[in-house]
Design a protein. Structure first.
Length: 55
């Protein structure tokens, strides 16, 4: 599930033209993943461009 969250977040960053937020992503997913789950996942470590873009 962690890789899935990272892929969802990366896709959200690509397609979203405004401010990207965990709340916005959760709303886009109709609440399937809560904004608090996303925030905890993203704050658990530091991500680099390599992590986000899969290089």
């Amino acid at each position: 599930m962690d890789k899935e969250k990272l892929e969802l977040y990366t896709g959200y960053l690509i397609c979203h033209s405004g401010f990207a937020t965990a709340t916005g992503l959760s709303a886009m997913l109709a609440g399937d993943i809560g904004h608090d789950q996303l925030t905890r996942y993203l704050s658990a470590r530091t991500y680099t461009s390599k992590n986000l873009w899969g290089s």
